[in-house]
Design a protein around this ligand. Structure first.
Ligand code: SF4
Length: 421
């Protein structure tokens, strides 16, 4: 597999590290939680939610079983959902509908007593309006102008409405102290996840992009106390490892949701081509874990502020905010290039792609733009395009390394990679 050594730009073979055995405990915990969600003979109500703007702090404070519903990627479930939509909906939204369909849907989705959705894109709003016929559903509003004081007051009201709905489902009151305690716990879990991600800043990261997505999957199924324990142990172990081995080609992935069953692009990059995803700017990767929620003051305003301040998705305004974060992450994590990927018919990321791509090109960061769906028919085409992109990045690194070596022999200042493009 091709890797770029830090200094001279020559290609070498080096296997990307996979956590493997280290992921066994979290996978077992997720599976146990999923099983209990479907089968546990208890009276605890089950809540599902779609979007990373939903505060699990309130679901946990109510003592509900809860999970983010982002398992998608199966073409059969997409066609089940397509019977209720037009084909111009993205495959994720169609899959969400298909998974709730009585009789043929996913048993995990079918076990949900109540679905919560925050209005992000139009497709998902429509999807929750269809799903309403299968399971009780409440849709909340999410202000787009996240910096406005009025948006923050309004979102606090929506958070209160969410609290009341969740408390009614659980059949118990949620106090301010309950919410404060959950904010502290979830912040701790989010910080640990961010710290784990930061280990990927090393020249040869001790965990792969696929590994990190698996850790994020845990966040959406497991209670914060469990996450703190699992993430903490893993972080202690990985941070003690020495940073050895060759520097791989480092990629950032930005764009629309990468569902739990739709990791084939990352698998292709890491396992078939041998490059490494070192950071993501999407809502099932690092993006929701860059910020934390304020721990003092009114806990409902804190949730409103904390979730509006999280790294924004492309649906939020101003769009510049959604461009600045990925640019900063690409620099911090030393990404050689960006893969911008969006689902076909995605109204948010399909439309904003030119702004993203243009912004990165201006910064001198090479970009590969891909659109995909859950049909799996484009594997060969994706592989060819990614391989060609990796080759360009490899050449650029080699030229930069050669320029640095030549400049130091002649006592010149080294040329930057940007100057070479
Ligand atoms: S943002 Fe795009 S990918 Fe995500 S649900 Fe909406 S339309 Fe689908």
């Amino acid at each position: 597999m091709p890797n770029i050594p830090a200094g001279d730009g020559r290609l070498q073979n080096d296997d990307a590290p996979q956590l493997g055995a280290d992921l066994v405990p979290i996978r077992a915990l997720i599976e146990a939680e999923r099983k209990a969600f479907v089968e546990a003979p208890d009276d605890i109500k089950r809540a599902g939610y779609f979007c990373a703007y939903t505060p699990p702090e309130l679901l946990n404070a109510a003592g509900l079983r809860h999970a983010r519903l982002f398992k998608a990627g199966d073409p059969r479930t997409v066609s089940q959902g397509e019977r209720y939509t037009q084909s111009v909906f993205c495959d994720f939204s169609k899959s969400c509908i298909g998974a709730f369909e009585p009789g043929s849907g996913d048993p995990f989705y079918r076990a949900v007593d109540k679905l919560y959705n925050f209005h992000t894109c139009a497709s998902m709003k429509r999807a929750s309006e269809v799903i309403e016929q299968f399971v009780p559903t409440t849709l909340f509003n999410l202000p787009r102008l996240r910096s406005e004081a009025a948006s923050r007051r309004y979102f606090r009201d929506e958070i209160i409405r969410f609290r009341d709905d969740v408390a009614a489902l659980a059949g118990r009151a949620i106090t301010e102290d309950d919410v404060r305690a959950q904010i502290v716990r979830y912040n701790k879990a989010r910080r640990l996840l961010k710290n784990l991600s930061e280990l990927r800043k090393r020249p040869n990261p001790p965990l792969s992009g696929l590994d990190f997505l698996e850790l994020v999957r845990g966040y959406y199924y497991l209670p914060p106390e469990t996450l703190i324990d699992v993430y903490g142990k893993l972080h202690r172990k990985l941070s003690r490892l020495r940073d050895t081995g060759a520097r791989p080609v480092r990629l950032m992935i930005s764009g629309s949701i990468m569902a739990e069953g739709d990791r084939r692009l990352v698998a292709l990059i890491e396992q078939e081509i041998g490059a490494r995803v070192v950071v993501e700017d999407h809502c099932t990767g690092l993006r929701p874990f860059v910020h934390t929620v304020p721990e003092g003051g009114d806990p409902f305003q804190a949730l409103a502020d904390g979730y509006l301040d999280q790294a924004p998705c492309a649906r939020m305004k101003p769009l510049e905010d959604s461009l600045e974060l990925p640019a900063a992450l690409a620099e911090e994590y030393g990404a050689d290039g960006l893969v911008y990927v969006y689902l076909k018919f995605c109204a948010c990321y399909g439309i904003t792609r030119s702004a993203f791509v243009g912004h990165f090109q201006q910064l001198g960061i090479p970009v590969l733009e891909l659109s995909s769906d859950y049909s799996h028919s484009d594997h060969g085409q994706l592989k060819t395009r990614i391989e060609a992109f990796i080759e360009i990045l490899t050449d650029l690194r080699s030229e930069a390394a050669a320029g640095t070596a030549l400049a130091s022999r002649h006592g010149d200042s080294p040329r930057t990679e940007e100057q070479l493009q």
